[in-house]
Design a protein around this ligand. Structure first.
Ligand SMILES: NC(=O)c1ccc[n+]([C@@H]2O[C@H](COP(=O)([O-])OP(=O)(O)OC[C@H]3O[C@@H](n4cnc5c(N)ncnc54)[C@H](O)[C@@H]3O)[C@@H](O)[C@H]2O)c1
Length: 320
């Protein structure tokens, strides 16, 4: 069994391969050979354990993710994870992969894929609300698909934004990066906005007329009572794209506006239909994509990491 660390993952794959692995996941999402159950949520007080199993034709696997919101005060990541990848014919375990890095990179690639298909080439400013682990990877991956001139990193705790700014500036040398704790101004000044917080309440509140030509990618809310996007946004969007329809039960950002009649069931659209239709989308003046995350992404990306690690001699082979 190959043990694949965070450092191995960094060396193993590049952004374009990652985005292709996410596109592949959308293409096989509805195929009979793909078996992806809704993930299991096990809540324990404020903490959550997510069990994310799934099968695709060539491999199967399970990602175990813990979400401990109070870790922030301990200066530790909110999210820890490990992924076990198995060979599909025999069930033989192939790899144990660092799930934190896998999750952050695949979620960054999900964001990049959404921007690639939904946002026009004219977008200039990327704004990210929440400056944690996901924000850092969203910035790295999304900046591959559009030539952004400016990146605004916003966090209610501005020192968190300052922490990731320097590292990002080294990697994204052609982009001006600024930090702020003003989320409303971040939305006003940005074309593409990622919300990557663990907030229970909407993370901004601006007038409807300031919401023209904005492309939102919301990744935070993972429980029915968690929201990042204010309800006013749903009065203006025609369709809301989701990576999985499970969002209707699991995420406040879909469940609450649905229950309040602010969006219709038929207007919640699986993003896979965009990828597989091959048609150019009519440019919406306001666009919202809510990502829940699913084991299908972990599987296609884990398979890519495993194959690349084997090819490049990365990781540590152990007998278990
Ligand atoms: N959709 C997916 O596939 C997916 C994948 C991984 C993580 N997530 C979710 O993304 C969220 C962020 O994850 P992370 O690992 O980056 O967490 P993190 O704790 O590292 O970062 C979150 C940041 O958001 C900031 N924040 C919280 N509320 C805010 C607000 N109202 N305004 C501005 N900033 C605020 C916090 O100060 C913190 O710096 C979590 O909810 C996590 O579960 C989703």
């Amino acid at each position: 069994m190959l043990i694949v660390s965070e450092e191995d993952i960094k060396v193993a794959i590049d952004p374009n391969e990652l985005i292709s692995a996410i596109e592949k996941a959308y293409i096989i999402q509805d195929k009979a050979t793909t078996n992806i159950p809704d993930r299991m949520h096990l809540d324990n007080n404020e903490n959550t354990l997510l069990l994310m199993p799934g099968f695709i034709e060539s491999v199967f696997g399970t990602k175990l993710v813990s979400l401990f919101p109070k870790n922030t005060s301990e200066n530790k990541p909110v999210l820890y994870g490990v992924m076990v990848l198995n060979e599909a014919k025999t069930g033989e375990p192939l790899a144990l992969i660092n799930g934190n890095k896998l999750t952050a990179m695949r979620t960054g690639a999900v964001g990049a894929t959404a921007v690639k298909y939904l946002a026009p080439f004219s977008v200039k400013t990327l704004g990210i609300i929440g400056a944690g682990v996901q924000a850092y990877h969203q910035a790295l991956l999304i900046s591959n698909v559009r030539p952004f001139q400016k990146l605004i990193i916003c966090d209610k705790n501005i020192s968190k934004a300052e922490v990731i700014k320097d590292d990002l500036q080294n990697k994204l040398q052609n982009i001006e990066i600024i930090v702020t704790d003003n989320s409303n101004q971040t939305v006003i000044d940005s074309d593409v906005i990622v919300t990557a917080t663990s907030s229970y309440d909407p993370v901004f509140d601006i007038d409807l007329e300031k919401l023209e030509n904005k492309y939102f990618f919301a990744i935070g809310s993972y429980k029915p009572d968690m929201q990042e996007i204010p309800l006013s946004v749903y009065k203006k969007v025609d369709k809301v794209y989701v990576d999985t329809l499970h969002a209707k039960e699991e995420c406040g950002d879909i469940k609450i506006p649905l229950e309040k009649g602010l969006i219709k069931n038929e207007n919640i659209v699986p993003f896979s239909t965009v990828i597989t239709s091959g048609e150019l989308l009519e440019q919406a003046s306001l666009c919202l994509f809510k990502s829940v995350g699913m084991s299908l992404f972990d599987l296609t990306v884990a398979e890519l990491i495993y194959n690349s690690a084997k090819e490049k001699g990365l990781g540590q082979e152990v007998k278990i």
